[in-house]
Every structure is written in structure tokens, then in C-alpha cells.
Design a protein around this ligand. Structure first.
Ligand code: ZN
Ligand code: ZN
Length: 367
């Protein structure tokens, strides 16, 4: 039997349940889980803050595993088109079932808005099998986008960014940072920290991270942020003044919001210079409303605001390449505060919700 963590409904304690080894259909893959991330989304799932979740679910959307078995017939191929083999270490895009035929997929070129999309660990039910990462094995359905990890990228290093790395890569790409730009990142969770790193790789002249708590700001500094501003000991006015002071009175060229707090948005508009760019990626779930002044904060300001929700396979593929190449500079695994076994998943969830950890991993630790 195969053990997996099951979230039966919001607010209910997580349980360990046993599953039968799945029958693999042609094109399917059975992955022996090496590790899976714990992130803010898992906390939102547990609090019932995401719509359309088919509880019970097995949480865990970004995972790495070793291919244990392939379905009958021709081997499925990776994103590069190369046939996959038993024993390979791979990750996969958590989004499955994007149709390729709807308006958003074909005309809008915004696959994250495809109504058919399902997400491992989020919108796939445990009643349908091992479709989440907090389990000894994961059943990859035919058509799941699989990306092998290069030899130089350790699986823990890849998971240390979790979904934060592809999400930040998407946001930073939309930010179109120019060489020498001053970039402000609001939020020092995994998305914010990854955005601070990627901004450097895009040639930012200065990276300022606004967030907390202390341990996360220390990580931002270790990963190359030039300045950190603790939200715990400053007011929004003081933060705006500090950023203006650092930019000859203008404000940031590009600001990336990665907080999840609605009031951070008008603040971010004011942290950004006139005719600058503001990318909002942290409002992934509905945390409520906020107000801003449309004349001062947007229109007269010529502010370019871009929303960024979710990632597609290109973002994960590029995240793998970037993390493999720049592991020589950035000590990715330093972001991992703690690893938890399957039986400790509840503690992992609570530690992430309380921001006691930078990154938490679920590691099934099978023999
Ligand atoms: Zn579609
Ligand atoms: Zn995540």
C-alpha cells in the first residue's frame, strides 16, 4: 500500500491514508516522490479559501520524483520531446488538462485562464487517486508536462524555490527590468525572494526587498538584496520615503508585489516612479479590497500595472534551467528551513502559515 496525506475538508486535521498502487494507463507515469513543497496555497486550501476544490485532496503541487514505472506502450516524452525512462529524476507542471482548444488557450494565449485546467494537489480529488505530492507515489496522467532535472540541479535545490520560482519568473518577465533599474520587491516569502534573485539576473542595478519577518529578510540579504526594509518596524509612508530617497526622489523603476495583502497594492503603486511598471503576483487568492486614487496613483502617474496569475510549462522549464545554471552563485538549499515526513504534514502547514519557516518540504523518506 502507498501512504499519502489527505486533506479531507477545510479545517479538518490532515490524515494519513493508504492507497492501492494505481493501474497505469498508456502514457501515464508512476513517480516515487523525493520531495514536495509546502506553500501558502496549501494553507489557503486548509482554510477553505480557494473556490472549486474537490475535497478530499492530497496536497502538494510542486514535487520532484524518480520515475518508478511507465504505462504500457510507447514511453511518454518530456517537454524537449525526449522519451522518458524509469529511474530519471523529474518535476512536472502541476497544471493538467489545459485543453488547447478554448478561447483562452488559442486566441487569448493565456493558458492559465483555461476553464478545463486542473491542478495536482489543488483541484484534483484524492477520490481519483494519487494526484498530489504529499504522498509516497504520484500518478502522472497521460499528457502531464514532465521536465527532467539536469544532473547539476539537486532535487532539493529545485524545491527550495517551490512554486515561488516559476511564479516569480513569470512576474519578473512581465516586469521587463532594464539594466541598472531599481527594483522593489514587496514580500519576502518564496515568491518575493525568488523575484529578488531573478531581478538581479535580469540586470537590476539595485534590489530593495520590503517585507518580514527578520529570518526572511536575512535570507533576502544572503541572496543579494541591496537593501531590506522591515514592514514590522516602518509605516507605509516611511517605506515610500526610503525608496524615494534611494532613487533621487523618483521611486522604483519596477515594483513586484508578492505579499498577498491587499493594502500592499496602493503602497506599491506609490513606491513606483512615474511611468514605471508594477507587477501584481501576490494576490493569488481573494483577500479582500483596497482603495487607491485613480488620478494620482495611476492616470497622471502613467503607471503600467500588470497582473500575473499562475504559471505555465514554459515558466517551470525556464526555472529549471536558471536554477541549474545559477546554483553556482545562489545557495538555493539555504532557503529550506525544515523537512517534514508525511506524518508531520500538519506541523508543516502550521509552520508555513505562521511564517516560522522560509521554505518547508514534505519528504516521504521511504526506504
Ligand atoms: Zn483551454
Ligand atoms: Zn506552491
Amino acid at each position: 500500500m502507498i501512504s499519502a496525506v489527505v486533506m479531507s475538508e477545510p479545517h479538518a486535521p490532515l490524515e494519513l491514508r493508504s492507497f492501492a498502487r494505481p493501474e497505469l494507463e498508456p502514457g501515464a507515469i508512476l513517480l516515487r516522490t523525493l520531495g514536495s513543497e509546502v506553500c501558502g496555497t496549501d494553507g489557503h486550501l486548509w482554510k477553505g479559501q480557494l473556490a472549486g476544490v474537490p475535497y478530499p485532496i492530497i496536497p502538494g503541487h510542486v514535487s520532484v520524483g524518480r520515475i518508478s514505472a511507465l504505462g504500457p506502450g510507447e514511453a511518454p516524452r518530456d517537454v524537449d520531446g525526449v522519451p522518458l525512462r524509469v529511474g530519471q529524476t523529474v518535476t512536472f507542471l502541476d497544471v493538467y488538462g489545459t485543453c488547447g482548444r478554448c478561447w483562452y488557450c488559442t486566441v487569448g494565449h493565456a493558458t492559465t485562464r483555461c476553464p478545463e485546467r486542473k491542478v495536482y494537489g489543488v483541484t484534483l480529488s484524492a477520490s481519483d487517486g494519487l494526484l498530489g505530492g504529499w504522498a509516497e507515489y504520484i500518478h502522472l496522467k497521460p499528457g502531464v508536462h514532465v521536465i527532467p532535472l539536469p544532473d547539476e540541479l539537486d532535487w532539493r535545490a529545485f524545491l527550495s524555490g517551490g512554486c515561488g520560482m516559476p511564479t516569480a519568473l513569470h512576474a519578473v518577465t512581465l516586469g521587463e527590468i532594464a539594466f541598472g533599474d531599481t527594483v522593489v520587491v514587496q514580500g519576502a516569502g518564496p515568491v518575493g525572494l525568488c523575484a529578488a534573485v531573478l531581478a538581479q539576473l535580469r540586470g537590476a542595478g539595485r534590489v530593495i526587498v520590503v517585507g518580514g519577518p527578520e529570518a526572511r529578510l536575512a535570507a533576502a540579504t544572503r541572496f543579494g538584496a541591496d537593501t531590506v526594509i522591515d514592514i514590522g518596524s516602518t509605516t507605509p509612508e516611511e517605506r515610500i520615503a526610503a525608496v524615494r530617497e534611494a532613487t533621487a526622489g523618483r521611486g522604483a523603476d519596477v515594483t513586484i508585489e508578492a505579499t498577498g495583502v491587499p493594502s500592499a497594492v496602493p503602497e506599491g503603486m506609490r513606491l513606483t516612479r512615474d511611468a514605471g511598471r508594477y507587477v501584481i503576483v501576490g494576490q493569488y487568492t481573494d483577500a479582500g479590497e483596497t482603495t487607491f486614487n485613480p488620478h494620482l496613483d495611476l492616470n497622471q502617474k502613467h503607471l503600467d500595472i500588470r497582473g500575473c496569475w499562475g504559471s505555465d510549462v514554459g515558466h517551470v522549464y525556464r526555472a529549471v534551467q536558471v536554477m541549474a545554471r545559477y546554483g553556482r552563485i545562489f545557495p538555493w538549499t539555504d532557503l529550506i528551513t525544515r523537512e517534514y515526513g508525511l506524518a508531520e504534514a500538519q506541523a508543516a502547514l502550521e509552520d508555513v502559515a505562521a511564517q516560522r519557516v522560509v521554505k518547508a518540504l514534505i519528504v516521504p523518506r521511504q526506504t
